[in-house]
Every structure is written in C-alpha cells, then in structure tokens.
Design a protein around this ligand. Structure first.
Ligand SMILES: CC(C)(COP(=O)(O)OP(=O)(O)OC[C@H]1O[C@@H](n2cnc3c(N)ncnc32)[C@H](O)[C@@H]1OP(=O)(O)O)[C@@H](O)C(=O)NCCC(=O)NCCS
Ligand SMILES: [Zn+2]
Length: 203
C-alpha cells in the first residue's frame, strides 16, 4: 500500500516494512530525529530553535544528518536528486556550506549555500515580467542559496529568514551580496522578495 501522508510504498504483511514505514513516517511528519550533539557548531539559539553549520570540519554524524534532511526537503519539494553531495563540503572549488535548523531533537530546516558565478541581475519587477536583461558574467563567485527548506509544520514563523540571516553573519556578507538559484519556487520567490530589493541569480 501507499501511505497517503508520507507517500511511502510498503507491505502491511511484512513486519520489516511496517517498522521501516513507521520510522520514515515519523520523520516526514515531525522532522528528522536527531540528537542535540555536543560537537555541533551552534550559530543561533532562541527559545525552541537552534541553527548549526555543517562544513568540512563537521563530524560524520552531522554530515549524514544534513544529507538526510536535504533529501527529505528535496523530496517534499518535488525534486528527485539530493541538494548537495558530501564530497562538495570538502571541495575547495565548489565551496558548499550547509546550515540546519533544529527544534529540540528534530532537524526541521536546511539552507545549502554555495559560491557561484552570477549570471542575472534584475529588479523584482523585471523578474516577474520575465523581462530578462542580457545574461552577464560577473566574473566573481558570490555566496548564493542553492536550496532552502523548512518543514511545513514550522513555516511562517520567520525560520527561513533567520536561517539566511545567521548564514550571512557566519559567511561575513550582507543580504545585497547574496544570490539565489535561478529556479526559485513560488515559496522561494516570496521569501527572496521579502529579504532583498533585487534578484541576483546564478546559472
Ligand atoms: C520557502 C520556505 C523555506 C520559507 O520558509 P519559512 O520559514 O516559512 O519562511 P519565513 O517564515 O522566514 O518567511 C519570511 C517572510 O518571507 C515571505 N514568505 C515566505 N514564505 C511565503 C509564502 N509561502 N507566501 C508568501 N510570503 C512568504 C513573507 O514575507 C514572510 O514574512 P511574514 O510571514 O511575516 O509575512 C518554505 O516555504 C519552504 O520550505 N517551502 C518549500 C521548499 C521551497 O520551495 N524552497 C525554495 C526553493 S527555491
Ligand atoms: Zn506514512
């Protein structure tokens, strides 16, 4: 059968399947189960939430947790790949840094930041009218958001905004120097519009 909530296909007759489904279902409905890890690098903490950084200095546990949450966010958003590969955290050419949001023992949000060449620079008006100015190559790599996701239970509480703001502080840049992946979803566009006065796009 296919679970209507988590969409997992499993057999009710198999005990292993039922166990596997209940574990997966719980992580989809409540967020990825994860421990408060004493080695994690916390860059923001307030009430129930904390934000941590995952980069080449992180432990295997933190890296695996980031990959699992990335896959969960990508799957829910309709993408069939993962938003980053482990090897990118260690590759000085790609320069990928990941930020996670946790609520107690659940990881419920992710921002994958990367350095990339800027191809588009336009106002939000130009963006909405698909009034695209000629592609340009800034020649420099800027920090940009490749993917951002917050668990549906925790949306519209300012967590994505806080995630970007904490990431910018950590990376030592301002919002006007931060670019976005050119394929913004509707939610992503609304968030980006609320954060910056114009669109800087990669690829
Ligand atoms: C995009 C996303 C990460 C936003 O997360 P969030 O934590 O709900 O965003 P915030 O609460 O920080 O929103 C900050 C502001 O952005 C704007 N905003 C964010 N999501 C919005 C939406 N769906 N509709 C309208 N405005 C929105 C609002 O101005 C909001 O402030 P307000 O709530 O005071 O009005 C979340 O909707 C998500 O994970 N969506 C699915 C994945 C996705 O599409 N990711 C983007 C890929 S490009
Ligand atoms: Zn289910």
């Amino acid at each position: 059968m296919k679970c209507p909530e988590c969409k997992m296909l499993y057999s009710e007759d198999s005990q292993t399947d039922r166990r596997e489904h209940s574990r997966y279902h719980d992580s989809i409905v409540n967020g990825h189960r994860s421990k408060i890890y004493k080695k994690e690098k916390v860059i923001f903490q307030a009430s129930d939430y904390r934000i941590t950084v995952v980069d080449k200095r992180s432990t295997r546990y933190e890296t695996e947790r980031a990959i699992a949450v990335g896959v969960m966010g990508h799957t829910e958003s309709g993408y069939d790949s993962r938003p980053f590969d482990k090897s990118e955290l260690f590759d000085s050419r790609t320069q990928v840094t990941v930020f996670l949001v946790h609520c107690h023992d659940r990881t419920i949000g992710i921002l994958v930041a990367e350095r990339a060449t800027i191809k588009w620079k336009m106002t939000w008006d130009e963006y909405s009218h698909r009034d695209v100015p000629p592609e340009f190559d800034s020649g420099e790599n800027l920090w940009s958001g490749r993917f951002i996701w917050v668990h549906s239970k925790h949306r519209r509480r300012g967590l994505a905004k806080q995630l970007v703001s904490s990431a910018l502080d950590f990376l030592g840049i301002g919002i006007e120097e931060f670019a976005y992946s050119s394929q913004l979803s509707k939610d992503g566009e609304m968030l980006a519009r609320s954060l910056s006065s114009r669109f800087l796009g990669t690829r």
